[in-house]
Design a binder for this molecule. Sequence first.
Ligand SMILES: [Zn+2]
Length: 251
Amino acid sequence: MPSYRVRALALKKTKLGESDLIVTLLSEDGCQVRAVAKGARKPGSRFGARVEPYTVGDFMLSTGRTLDVITDAQTAESHQHIREDYDRAQAASVVADVLDKISVECQTEERLFGLAVATLGALQAADGDDLLALTVAFLVKAMAMHGYRPQFDACPVCGGPVHTCEERFSLEAGGPLCEGCEAAAAETARMTPGARNALVALLGATMAEVPGLRVPRPVLLDAFGLMRAFVGYHLPARCRALDLFAAAVGR
Ligand SMILES: [Zn+2]
């Protein structure tokens, strides 16, 4: 069987048969790879924590008829601190769930892996107060990379001017609507000026810079609610982790 090596992030594990796991990986080039880790659920398995979600590692795979098989895994960054802390793990589960839903087999998007690793690194190092800001920043950046970059300066439908006070954000077009287009729009969500400014700042900042923006929590909650609706509108399946995170932050 031909084999190949990938640097990848483990996103998800699913039970298979008596003792195996199917591991969903986000490879360095942004493609999703689902592969079998044989015997990974047996006590004392050689895989141990190397195929746990949030682990970045070098995986050796051999090509299988349906799914590829992981023959070796070496950990580059375990992100152990995330798994040991409930709040961090909850934020990281949003990252993994969204990436699981937007990454596609054999469809490269090289920036996605960089964003994933930067986000997990920031979540691992963050103060508890910064987890919400990092999660919102991840959501808006991931959507931008997925082809849904929100536009905040002008109406995304006609390019016309928009109000500066509270606006209706088009979930389909990804931006605040002008008065004319607002009347015809089907699915919209409320966007406060604070949330707008926060999303512009988060989109323009690196993950490492996000905590330094010091966006007030009520504003972050508005921005989170908007991004949650935006993600929910465009993703092919419901993000359960996003629902749980929303319940945890009281949104
Ligand atoms: Zn318009």
